[in-house]
Ligand binder design. Structure first.
Ligand SMILES: O=P(O)(O)OC[C@H]1O[C@H](OP(=O)(O)OP(=O)(O)O)[C@H](O)[C@@H]1O
Ligand SMILES: NC(=O)CC[C@H](N)C(=O)O
Ligand SMILES: [Mg+2]
Length: 498
């Protein structure tokens, strides 16, 4: 008998049991008008690897036929050989690095996804998460649609296929009118490339140029990687169509103020990227400076929890005048499939990702800075480790506010029951994390670091729902999820595909 978990729990992804940290989302890349476009895409995906390490894929088109390759694993493991351009031919190509947020970690959910339309083929790659995907999928299946995956992104293909509009761009726009949530999309057809960003600009997408070729990418670091110049961000709610006549822009939605995701700035984006005109590195340093103003401590050194705690620690050190020291060393070669056969080995495994630098820590009063505390798993390990290495005091600081609410727009966050700050007071957390003091950047402080006077509560400049519970869109699926779960509804009876 075929059995599978319901789609609600199909977002299962095998994790290293010690790896409870926040997970990434996805990266998208596209290039149109370049010979051997797939090779450039592979390069671009290398720069977007930090956004998703579960799987990756590339699709290309030579104007007539489409070619795709999708696989589990890292870009450097999957797209290695020189034959790539023979297998994935053409002047147009898109790529994806995935960390699943809807649909499990199965090969059938890996992107780009391809569909044959009556008007020709289309391949699509999606970063983000649709908040009404269950609703749409249920409706489509009732109408006879046959889904090949359990990913939210496939809904987009079905809607494009069913649109009655003639031109592909209109079919695309019809689809965007039906979907809710966060998305940065890139797609190729036989004639060109399309890019789109959700009406609030929750997920990022930029436009670049490499010679005459147009490039679309989640982050500017992918443009830097291939030597492309940055042209501009795709605007919130904007759809761009790129073909041999150049780039056309469409703004099909009722104009709303943008609300990009603050977590891109706190954690996701690479420090060398510029997102919506702001340097990630600079704003993270500013978060650290603001944190030093809000939560100073009588200490000797400022130590980052690498990697993403580093820029904030530099800012904290600058503002406080305390020296910045690398008191914890991060091992970059730790695989995520480490198998721990016994508890003993598991305990040793605590050090596999981070190790204390005893020379720096011994006898010191340490300010330990991380960008965020989600479940607290990283923090408790590291505080203990720093103390065991001889630190006299450990003052833990988070360069973002307490995370109280989960995300539904493409970030894999645990539900409220597992979010440390949603369950405990600051003092309770301090005790659980075994630190001498604990401080979080305030919400207004975070907005100040982003260059504002504070949060504009009437019209927040960003989406900050994980800190405030103020979700910027409808959460249609969440509303129907409880009902679906109660009735034991399953999206797919196919247990897995390899
Ligand atoms: O409270 P927790 O549930 O442990 O999650 C929070 C941690 O997860 C993230 O780091 P991660 O290890 O994912 O990546 P990084 O090396 O880029 O900082 C984040 O930077 C925190 O360190
Ligand atoms: N995190 C993401 O952006 C993932 C994209 C899409 N929701 C998927 O699960 O494949
Ligand atoms: Mg970290």
């Amino acid at each position: 008998m075929l059995t599978s978990p319901s789609e609600l729990s199909d977002s299962f992804v095998s994790r290293d049991p010690d790896d409870d940290s926040l997970r990434l989302e996805c990266g998208v890349f596209g290039i149109y008008g370049m010979e051997d476009a797939s090779a450039v895409t592979a390069l671009g995906l290398h720069a977007l690897q930090h956004r998703g390490q579960e799987a990756c894929g590339i699709a290309s088109c030579d104007g007539r036929r489409f070619y795709t390759e999708r696989s589990h694993g890292l870009v450097s493991d999957v797209f290695t050989d020189a034959d790539l351009i023979k297998r994935l031919q053409g002047h147009a190509s898109i790529g994806h690095t995935r960390y699943s947020t809807a649909g499990g970690s199965h090969l059938r959910n890996v992107q780009p996804m391809f569909a044959d339309l009556d008007s020709g083929g289309i391949a699509i790659a999606h970063n983000g998460n649709l908040t009404n995907f269950m609703f749409l999928r249920t409706k489509l299946v009732a109408e006879g649609a046959i889904f090949q995956s359990t990913s939210d992104s496939e809904v987009i293909l079905h809607l494009i296929a069913r649109s009655r509009s003639i031109k592909i761009i209109d079919r695309f726009i019809d689809t965007l009118r039906d979907i809710e949530g966060g998305y940065a999309l890139v797609a190729i057809t036989r004639k060109g490339m399309i890019g789109a960003r959700d009406p609030l600009g929750i997920r990022p997408l930029v436009i670049g140029k490499l010679g005459h070729a147009y490039v679309l990418a989640s982050e500017t670091c992918a443009l830097d990687m291939i030597g492309a110049v940055f042209v501009r961000d795709v605007e919130h709610g904007e759809v761009v169509q790129i073909d041999e006549d150049g780039l056309k822009s469409f703004k099909p939605f009722e104009r709303k103020a943008a609300r990009p995701c603050l977590f891109e700035y706190v954690y996701f984006a690479r420090p060398d990227s510029v997102v919506n005109g702001k340097s990630i590195y600079e704003v993270r340093k500013a978060m650290g400076r603001q944190l030093a103003i809000e939560h100073p401590a009588d200490a000797d050194i400022v130590v980052p929890v690498p990697d993403s705690g580093v820029p904030a620690s530099l800012g904290f050190s600058e503002e406080s005048g305390l020296p910045f020291e690398l008191g914890i060393i991060r091992n970059h070669y730790v695989g995520r499939t480490f198998i721990q056969p016994t508890q003993n080995i598991r305990d040793l495994g605590v050090r596999k990702k981070h190790s204390p630098n005893r020379v720096v820590l011994e006898g010191k009063k340490v300010i330990l800075i991380d960008d965020s505390i989600v479940r607290g798993t990283t923090s408790v390990k590291i505080v203990r480790m720093v103390r065991a290495a001889g630190a006299k005091e450990v003052h833990l600081r988070s360069a973002s506010p307490p995370i109280l609410w989960p995300d539904y727009y493409g970030i894999d966050m645990p539900d409220r029951a597992k979010l440390l700050a949603a369950q405990h007071s600051i003092e309770e957390m301090r005790q659980m994390l075994e630190c001498d003091s604990l401080g979080f950047l305030s919400v207004d402080g975070l907005y100040k670091a982003m260059g504002h006077d504070g949060r504009n509560n009437d019209q927040p400049q960003y989406t900050d729902h994980y800190f405030t519970g103020d979700y910027p869109t409808r959460l249609t699926d969440k509303e129907i999820a409880a009902e679906a779960e109660a009735s034991g509804q399953q999206l797919s009876l196919l247990a897995n595909t390899h």
